[in-house]
Design a protein around this ligand. Structure first.
Ligand SMILES: C[S@@+](CC[C@H](N)C(=O)[O-])C[C@H]1O[C@@H](n2cnc3c(N)ncnc32)[C@H](O)[C@@H]1O
Length: 273
């Protein structure tokens, strides 16, 4: 890949997704573009750049962002967040709601990838006592990965991260062509809504505030200004007293925000704000 081609791809990706690809990402970009060259039958990156510059390249931009963004995820990743959800966020919410109008506990998994994160939330919420009414919104920029998330089918290795008793309760074993795969059962699937959303484009289409927002392992791609903008936007969607969970390598220390740090990677929107 020529310098000018890498620069072009970098700027297009930044413009479309605000993912900032440093010079250290050149190898990665080159490997990922290989997939798009094969899919589009183009001989080299130069031809691919010309395709992106042509009219009607809109769909290819989506494919490009898809191969560039990393979808790596797994069930119960950074498990302290799920413990905190069960032991702190839910009991506090239940206490606040006591005697009031029954409001569902709402969670937003804002870069949900292939669904392991929102389904880990679902498994956690399904297990709380006393039971509560809850709903999860799950969004991602990649339509391909969202289709996988909505299908909710995982192989044995992926499901091995889930404690066996919870696999028995919440997953169906596949048979025939699905032998070796597991599907999240309908009662959990029905309580998770998947939607396509670019976190950096406009205001998210939600009216009700969330008790918890997960925004994990996605901010690392964005520059500081973009991170600040994003955290502000997420904070506006939190209910007072609600929590924002970020990835453990994504401290908000260097950016301006109005949230209170509770623990590393856990922030709370103050009451009265
Ligand atoms: C590394 S995965 C993290 C998945 C999950 N949150 C976790 O921590 O395991 C990052 C996800 O962010 C998504 N993503 C990247 N840029 C995005 C944007 N601008 N808006 C929404 N999602 C984005 C990618 O498609 C990918 O699925």
């Amino acid at each position: 890949m020529r310098d000018s081609e890498f620069e072009f791809i970098r700027s297009v990706v930044y413009e479309r997704s605000r993912i900032s690809l440093g010079p250290d990402k050149r190898e990665l970009v080159s490997a990922r573009l290989g997939k798009r060259l094969r899919a589009t039958n183009l001989p080299n990156v130069g031809a691919y750049c010309r395709l992106l510059q042509s009219a009607g390249a809109e769909e290819e931009f989506a494919n490009l962002i898809d191969v560039i963004s990393t979808n790596h995820t797994f069930f119960f990743r950074e498990s302290v967040h799920f413990d905190f959800l069960r032991d702190k966020a839910v009991p506090e919410f239940t206490e606040r709601m006591r005697g009031g109008r029954a409001t569902p506990f709402k969670v937003w998994s804002s870069a949900c990838s292939s669904g392991e994160e929102p389904y880990s939330v679902a498994i956690t919420l399904a297990g709380v006592q006393p039971p509560l009414s809850w709903h999860i919104e799950a969004t991602d920029i990649s339509r391909r990965i969202l289709a996988k998330a909505a299908a909710a089918i995982y192989d044995e290795e992926t499901v091995a991260r889930v404690p066996p008793a919870l696999v028995r309760t919440h997953f169906q074993r596949g048979f025939g062509p699905q032998e070796g795969n597991y599907r999240v059962k309908a009662p959990l699937r029905e309580r998770v809504t998947f939607r396509h959303l670019n976190l950096l484009e406009g205001e998210p289409p939600f009216t009700e505030p969330f008790q918890v927002i997960f925004c994990r392992n996605v901010m690392i791609y964005f520059d500081r200004t973009t991170q600040e903008e994003l955290v502000g936007r997420l904070a506006r969607r939190l209910a007072p007293g609600g929590y924002l969970f970020v990835g453990h390598s994504e401290s908000l220390t260097h950016i301006r925000h109005d949230l209170r740090m509770i623990r590393p990677a856990i922030y709370q929107k103050p009451f009265g704000s």
